[in-house]
Ligand binder design. Sequence first.
Ligand code: SIN
Length: 399
Amino acid sequence: MTILNQERLSKALLIPFLTIALLWMNAAMAFADTETASTEKTIFPIPALSEEFKESPLPNVIVIATGGTLAGKAADETSFQNYKAGTYLMDDLIRQLPNKQKIADVTTYQFGNKGSGGYTIADLYDLSLSVDQALEVYDSVVVTTGTDTMEEIAYFLDLTVRSSKPVVITGAMRPWDVIGTDAPANLYNAIKLAGSKKTEYFGTVLMLNDVIHAARDVTKSNSHRMDTFETPMMGALGYIDENNIRIYRSNARALKAGTAEWATPFDLKTISKEDLPMVEIAYNYQAAGGGAIRGFVADGAKGIVTAGTGAGGISSQMSAAREEAIKQGVIFVTTTRTGSGTMYPGSNESIIAGDSLNPQHARIMLLLSLAFTSDKATVKDWFATYGTQDVKVVAPAAQ
Ligand code: SIN
């Protein structure tokens, strides 16, 4: 072979080799990009504390707004039900709020502006991280949301926010601009409560209509009334009357203040949104079929909460579908559709008792548990500890 032919041959081999190497490098870089995208944590554009507020003796409260009826614009001044939720911006609402400068230095962050039902679980992941980011700077946070799924959003925050500083969630049953609206009063009292720091270590609390509830236990009980939020069995935590804020009872969580058990294992900074699994609720009723459970499993549900009758009972067809789903690795939690009551562990090892969590709260607890483990025994243990309301008082000497 001549030298010229040898050169031609090596060039001919080199070009495809370089092309393949280039393609491989491109593919590797694209893969690295996706890896970064899924695990990288978003930094939220939370406003910095102003110089004026840094000097002020008042508490620094940030309102993180997501919309709902509180920010709703009514068709006219007497349209209590005909309105567009999530219309006004929180900055404008705070500007209109009288006497706020007497209770706190208020900053706002507009997370979103829509109805509560419009948010995905991935959005709640972002909301929770934004609350924790804000609490690195501010004394306390007020989150405004629609009331429809407020109890679920509140419990998601309760289980995931790492800071022990006060988080108060509020909303309204009447839009901002109708006569007799509850929106400004709820916003004002929520800021007052957050600024008082009286619910530090309580986790997320919900305040509407001057009543303070623990996120884990509260539920929306009426479609229209302004006193819609109730805490069955346990009752409210306390009340706000003008400048008097009274906390009459502690939740089990607050009694864990200062212990390792206060924080749940659900640190969202250690997982990505894609780790949040599909978890559904199957509602039982007279002669309920098994189709809902089979459908959820076919859709990819990793966990299912049953809203059973009475002490958690489900129909024979639903029970047969549950047995099949368990064989496929789906984890079940039993709750009651009655509106209150406690579920205790039974003889079936594959069915976790939801304690006094209502179905929608149990779903949030199961969803977060399955985002962090697929081990059934661990999920069971977390339900028995972080999911259960069981007061344990430890005397200081024994701590
Ligand atoms: C919503 O949940 O966004 C609408 C209803 C409400 O805020 O009361």
